[in-house]
Design a protein around this ligand. Sequence first.
Ligand code: MN
Length: 240
Amino acid sequence: MATLFISDLHLDAERPDIGAQFLEFMDSDACSAEALYILGDLFESWVGDDDPNPHYAAMKAAIRKLADAGVPVFFMHGNRDFMIGEQFAKETGATILPDPTVVEIHGDRVLLSHGDLLCTDDHEYQQVRAMTRNPEWQAMMLAKPLEERLAIAGAARARSQQRNATLAEDIMDVNQAAVAAIMAEYGVSLLLHGHTHRPAVHHFAQGAQEATRIVLGDWYDQGSVVRWDAAGFNLECLPR
Ligand code: MN
């Protein structure tokens, strides 16, 4: 049996084809998996577990169904859905993992991350990240009425889209020194992340060892999954 990894679906009622493919994936591939890891940005935006958004409710139900069928589901926060909390975990049966986390997959030690913390060339983004991951900031946000949170999130998304359109390509990618440092810190030769929407398998030298960085793709036009079994890993694209 294979362990499956996905990220960056950016589920949104305005993009129903992504949701449909996710539901199909949950009903097919995911059912026979050993475990499913969702490495962030499952949702385009998340303002709190109390948001009754019906599209999101349907997606949560699919996770619940999989967890109830006995497939362990793990979730790591992305930069869009970092406000997902304990109520979500209770509703879906998913276990929330800190970013980063080391897991052992079929005998391989793998460091999992959403990936945004490795984009250290984008100083402005890292400042926003530090602020928004602060529990006090999150408590302050969650104390606001739902409508106000939705408006704030909408404005933040518009600002980020505008900014990303003008940023140099390499600033939005991971920083290789940050990659090497975190892999050395955790003593791993395998790193798996999403966020950059640049699906690829990168091999490089880490001291005397060969290191591998696997990058999941987004689900805008097709699915992207890493399948990891006893034979090793495979980065696959799922046609829509
Ligand atoms: Mn992201």
